[in-house]
Design a binder for this molecule. Structure first.
Ligand code: TPP
Length: 251
């Protein structure tokens, strides 16, 4: 009996380009499983931008567009609307880092949510600018040491981190948003469930849907993969509580 099969929407023979213990591979696999289950592989367009998330195109076997840093939601808006104008109902989603979504791209992200743009955004929150060497990002917790905060984040110099999901939740055009993590099996299953819901809400045309995934960055955190997951479970989920923050179908 076959207990596991590679998702159809993952490319054949793609070699792993992420650091050891990085959660990107797992996040992309969950997205691929959702695409398979909804049978939308040929109707899905992914938009990723600068940062580690851009490597999505190495793995996911759907049409992909690379946006400039921070512009994924704006590019996805254009892609979705251009197809809709031609009568094509494409499923369009962004796959972005927290720096991309909530720092340089915050304007694009918030206004896409306020417009109720019928796209899905997935934000991989690894609490730093991973690709460029682990600098302080918008979600770096207080006290965390990064390449540009060697003494730890402090409020006098760096200010406070952003609560991305809560900000997106208060936008009237948001139909669904959730924060999930991948540090154990239960949470991995839940993450897939919320990603699927976000895609399904887009299929129903309900507005902007958003999932933030708390993800490990062992290289820049200078922790082992196991200790990175411990950090997420024991520290990050206290600062960034998991859960569904908005679901208009259940209000
Ligand atoms: C306009 C612009 N500014 C800066 C950069 C350099 N840059 C590339 S990736 C990146 C940070 C990415 O961080 P994040 O979005 O959190 O993604 P991660 O790499 O952590 O997954 C930066 C600053 C760029 N490519 N374009």
């Amino acid at each position: 009996m076959q207990t596991y099969a590679k998702p159809k929407s993952i490319k054949e023979n793609s070699s792993f380009t992420f650091c050891s213990g990085c959660d990107h591979g797992l996040a992309i696999k969950l997205v691929a499983q959702v695409i398979d289950e909804l049978n939308i592989q040929r109707d899905t367009i992914a938009v990723s931008s600068s940062g580690c998330s851009v490597f999505l195109y190495d793995f996911l076997d759907v049409d992909c567009v690379e946006a400039p840093h921070g512009r994924a939601c704006a590019v996805a808006t254009g892609v979705k609307r251009a197809h809709r104008a031609k009568g094509n109902n494409k499923i369009v989603f962004t796959y972005q880092g927290d720096g991309d979504f909530a720092s340089i791209g915050l304007g694009e992200s918030i206004h896409s949510a306020l417009r109720g743009e019928n796209i899905t955004a997935i934000c991989i929150n690894n609490t730093n600018y991973g690709m460029t060497g682990g600098q302080l990002g918008p979600t770096t917790p207080m006290g965390q040491i990064t390449a540009t905060s060697p003494l730890g984040r402090n409020k006098e110099y760096h200010g406070f981190p952003i609560q991305t999901v809560q900000h997106i939740a208060i936008c009237e055009g948001t139909c669904f948003c959730a924060r999930v993590a991948l540090y154990d099996i239960k949470n991995i299953y839940n993450a897939k469930k919320q990603i699927k819901k976000a895609f399904e809400y887009q299929q129903k045309g309900l507005g902007f849907s958003f999932v933030e995934i708390l993800s490990s960055c062992p290289t820049n955190w200078k922790l082992s993969p196991i200790d990175s997951h411990k950090k997420i479970e024991e520290e990050l989920t206290k600062i960034y509580p998991l859960g569904v923050y908005k679901d208009i179908d259940h209000e």
